[in-house]
Write a protein that binds this ligand. Structure first.
Ligand SMILES: Cc1ncc(COP(=O)(O)O)c(C=O)c1O
Length: 401
């Protein structure tokens, strides 16, 4: 049988898929490590990694084996019962974080919904029924479901979906004074990304989170961190909050946790988690044995010794260093920022042209705004692959200069 071309796949896709994405004309069929291959057999070096999802690269042998083994024994059971992979994964998370308890779900937005509900319930019990407001930041992105969307600090995602959920107050990011001013007896929690991902990889000043922690303590309110993008090793630590040596009350993760299998989680301290009781919150698929088996493979790899995360930090430093060197040779690079393997680069020109040319040359890149490129490769990216990316990117910038 003749293989279908990408053109005909795209035509079929346009007929049956909702247009919630402005997709590129690319149909991907398989992947290995940091490389994906399209239906015509062309290879691409993947610096997008499913938007910070394929933490171990594509089709990592041990991850695939772990999933296959689990698929052969138990795919799904209700949360009315216990299952072993769910308990094992929660044990790994608890052993490697501030958290005492874990709630599993299926995505970042769902993890944030759970966090918002838990914070409201906790505040009602501990601060009174008028305390339900959550302070979040301008430029934040917390997901597309209604509460997560209302928490998000970017109007472009919210337009057309009003009225938003009440109870969110937005303040400038990386501004402790603005937070202090916004706190009232109605405040239940402060909800922040340690580094704003979709907002353009915005790294706050050192000490920001620890100062916010102190504010939360002095007012008796919760600190919730959205580590959906920064978590699971992305910044070179298992969780980005570790760099500030603080203990949050609630953390949400998803993306890299399953290495490509959909899974999210909300982590909390015992004192806060206690506000959820049977019936408070639930999800059919959350903590599904298959997804948790994938999560176990990922977290075991990330936490076995120091090597994995140390290498993420080294690769991240190398990436930024190469960008800085390139910046000296071109006027098109305005600013480079990031932590670990979460790096952004502001260009003087719209980045769409760069992304399209890169695709032509076998490199997948991503942007967060018109002029901001974001690099979020698999955490297993090799130095030689970073060199390869720079060789393509610098040739494109030379062409465009
Ligand atoms: C920080 C952050 N929170 C939440 C989300 C939403 O996650 P999901 O798309 O899995 O719902 C994202 C997705 O980009 C994110 O970057």
């Amino acid at each position: 049988m003749k293989e279908q071309s990408s053109k005909s796949w795209i035509k079929s896709g346009e007929q049956v898929l909702m247009t919630t994405y402005a997709r590129f004309s690319l149909v991907l069929r398989e992947g290995s490590g940091a490389v994906v291959v399209d239906v015509e057999g062309k290879s691409y070096l993947d610096f997008v990694s499913g938007i910070a999802v394929n933490s171990l690269g594509h089709c990592d042998a041990r991850l695939v084996k772990g999933i296959q083994k689990q698929a052969g024994s138990l795919l799904h059971v209700s949360n009315l019962y216990y299952n072993i992979p769910q308990i094992e994964l929660a044990k790994h998370i608890v052993a490697n974080s501030f958290a005492d308890k874990v709630f599993f779900c299926n995505s970042g937005a769902e993890a944030n919904e759970a966090a918002i509900k838990l914070a409201r319930k906790w505040a009602k019990e501990h601060r009174g029924s008028e305390s339900f407001e959550i302070i979040t930041a301008h430029g934040a992105f917390h997901g597309r479901t209604m509460a997560a969307l209302s928490a998000t600090g970017q109007e472009k995602y919210q337009k057309g979906f009003e009225p938003l959920l009440p109870g969110f107050r937005h303040v400038p990011f990386d501004d402790v004074t603005a937070i202090e001013k916004a706190i009232s007896p109605m405040t239940a929690a402060i909800f922040l990304e340690p580094i704003q991902g979709e907002g353009g990889v915005r790294v706050p000043q050192r000490g920001y989170l620890s100062r916010v922690r102190k504010i939360c303590d002095s007012h008796g309110i919760l600190l919730i961190l959205d580590e959906v993008q920064t978590g699971m090793g992305r910044t070179g630590r298992l969780f980005a909050y570790e760099d500030e040596e603080i203990c949050p009350d609630i953390v949400t993760v998803a993306k890299g946790l399953g290495g490509g299998v959909p899974i999210g989680a909300m982590l909390a301290t015992e004192a806060v988690a206690r506000s959820f009781t049977p019936g408070s919150h639930a999800t059919t698929f959350g903590g599904n044995p298959l997804a948790c088996a994938a999560g176990i493979q990922v977290i075991e790899r990330l936490t076995k010794g120091e090597t994995f995360l140390k290498r993420v930090r080294q690769r991240g430093e190398y990436l930024v260093d190469r960008f800085t060197r390139l910046q000296h040779r071109t006027s098109l690079i305005k600013e480079v920022r990031g932590k670990g393997l979460m790096v952004a680069c502001d260009l003087a020109i719209p980045v769409v042209a760069v992304i399209e040319k890169a695709m032509g040359k076998g490199l997948l890149l991503n942007r967060t705004s018109e002029k901001t490129l974001r690099l979020i490769p698999p955490l297993t990216i090799r130095r030689s692959e970073i060199d390869q990316m720079f060789s393509i990117l610098s040739s494109i910038l030379r062409e465009l200069e």
